[in-house]
Design a protein around this ligand. Structure first.
Ligand SMILES: [Zn+2]
Length: 124
């Protein structure tokens, strides 16, 4: 889903400390204009699939059916996995992201896609 609110070049959305204060650092367009079509400052939303292999403790006697039932059909909330993911310092070797489709308004429901993005916890 295209996010047109990201198209205008504003003081807060385009200039960077190492570029000029009056234009977009990435596409060079002046304040008050619209970012070029291929500028990284223009956003859209997409759906991606995240596959993660993690190691968890389960009862020794459980078979595949019970392990999958507990996680997929039992009362276990998938949000619990967030704590499990934090046990590993870096997930790069355990994770694969795959593009699924362009996001719709319905897909965006429930996701906190605030703009401008003020998330500062991202690790590179
Ligand atoms: Zn730009």
């Amino acid at each position: 889903m295209i996010h047109e609110e990201t198209h205008p070049v504003t003081k807060e959305h385009g200039p960077r400390p190492y570029g000029g204060p009056d234009r977009c650092f990435y596409c060079g367009v002046a304040l008050g204009s619209t970012h070029k079509k291929d500028c990284v400052m223009r956003d859209r939303t997409v759906v991606v699939k995240m596959e993660v292999e993690i190691v968890v403790r389960v009862p020794e006697s459980w078979d595949v059916g019970l392990i999958e039932f507990q996680r997929n059909e039992g009362s276990w909330c998938s949000n619990n996995v967030i704590q499990e993911l934090k046990r590993k310092d870096c997930l790069c070797n355990n994770t694969l992201f795959t593009y699924v489709r362009e996001a719709t308004e319905e897909d965006e429901e429930g996701w906190d896609l605030k703009w401008p993005n003020t998330d500062t916890k991202e690790t590179t």
